[in-house]
Write a protein that binds this ligand. Sequence first.
Ligand code: PLP
Length: 461
Amino acid sequence: MAIGTALSQVFPLGSRLNEQGRIEIGGCDTVELAREFGTPAYIVAEDDLRARARAFVQAGREWGNFQVVFASKAFPCTAVMSLFAQEGLWCDVASGGELHLALNAGFPGERILVHGNAKSETELQAALEAGVALIVIDNFDEIDRLQTIISRTAHAPSGPTAHVRSGDGPHAARHTADEADEPNAADEAAGSNIEVLLRATPDVRGETHEKISTGQADSKFGFSMVDLPLAIERVRAAKGLALAGIHAHIGSQLLELGPFRREVAALAQIGEFSTWDLGGGLGVAYSEQQRPPEIEQWVGALIGAVREAGIAEDARLLVEPGRSLTANAGVTLYTVQSVKRNVSTWVAVDGGMSDNMRPMLYGSVYEAHLADRPSDPATATRCVLTGKHCESGDVIARDVPLEDPRPGDVIVTPATGAYGHAMASNYNGVPRPPVVFCKDGEARVVVRRESYDDLTARDVR
Ligand code: PLP
């Protein structure tokens, strides 16, 4: 890496080595950021988030009725979610807590879509009260649960305040003439239907870690292709529900387009619907060698597959990117606490599995760089970057070339903007890191570091 040059695609857009040979994110010197905000810290390049959101929206224009839905699980943080709300995205939530975050971040109910394979009655009720756009039904029990809530609410004085469909317009589900002409009792009581999708597992497997592969028939998510016809029948017959279409999400961190094309082809066999939600899953580069498809290529491949499958041009398409919107926008800063040499060279930092669970959960590979000097992979010591937690598995990255690492050095691990903050914990009583937004050389804290008092804040004495 030459001084003054841009960094690889693993880093946020616009990152570079500045004139002092230090890594700069969003125009901010990472050594200075570590000094000002402490470590570990999540650093996010605001412009990068916006650029990726705009790239998805722009690519979707090729279809027209195309909605980009941020899978908030990737980075459930108010500042990130507000930014995407401003960019006009929708939001996918998979729990009552994520729903709360989305509303708080400024997403109106009509731009929220609700997921989850084990939604509680309370969560469903909250979704209806928020007037969410779509509920993605995962299983038969959920159909029953929704019906119980609807019939109870229909008999209550005020009726549900949920999102509604009036039975016409481009978003309306296709019903039989009988259904459309004769509103059922719950419809009349509620004055409307609740728009839902059914989650399908199309039995398509992409190449990814089995723990984040979700499209196979034997999955905890959604209806198998065998069960789907009955689910469709039951929802169509259900009072107060309007089946808008089908959803599928075949897995995460997929680096090939083929499985997505197969997903669309399989879904199109199910029937005709007005809405198709094709999920997320576009992979990202965690290391310089990885070359995932570009956002435009992924969206283009999906639209191409939709056309090839003969899906009507006026259908509404949704996609739910998470990782590909946020992963490369963020890096984590750590400070080296010790360097131990035995069989390996162990570089121990002040964070680890409490701020990034992915290496421990899925064996995910990360790069690590010294913030203030580039390391030559040909000569630098191959190190194990390890965390401070009481488990041998607390290894952030293996075999990373670091030039003469020393206590006090600031380490930058790129591509930590997805599922890092989201899965952070207080293991070993470590307060969770702050989130710092950087833009044009200005840095601002958008989530403060947890304090020791926060660790006891929920105690009841
Ligand atoms: N949609 C659903 C239903 C998911 O379960 C997930 C991830 O788990 C996503 C979207 C986002 O996936 P990714 O972050 O890979 O884009």
